[in-house]
Design a binder for this molecule. Structure first.
Ligand SMILES: [Zn+2]
Length: 92
């Protein structure tokens, strides 16, 4: 999965959600109580997830909320294929 979080201790923590988040590489004691959700949940292929960021130090993690069941993915794929093969037939 692609991530927008850059883990580094060479830059100051920064929240540029949804483009980019600069996070320290390790969590600290403050992270246990100060984590807050950023933005809304997102779906990437078969995972629904959101980002949580520490208000104090900026440490950010991606939290997997749940896995998307195969049935849902198949339904989406079917929908995509249907649209892909649709032709605009001119009526004479
Ligand atoms: Zn923290």
């Amino acid at each position: 999965m692609a991530t927008i979080v850059e883990y580094t201790d060479k830059k100051a923590p920064q929240n540029l959600y949804p483009e980019r988040i600069v996070s320290p590489p390790h969590s600290r004691p403050c992270c246990f109580s100060d984590m807050e959700e950023i933005g809304t949940s997102r779906q990437e292929v078969r995972w629904v997830y959101l980002y949580k960021r520490c208000r104090t130090c900026g440490f950010t993690v991606r939290v997997i909320l749940h896995e998307v069941p195969d049935a849902v993915l198949l339904a989406e794929l079917r929908q995509t294929l249907q649209t892909a093969f649709q032709r605009n037939v001119p009526d004479f």
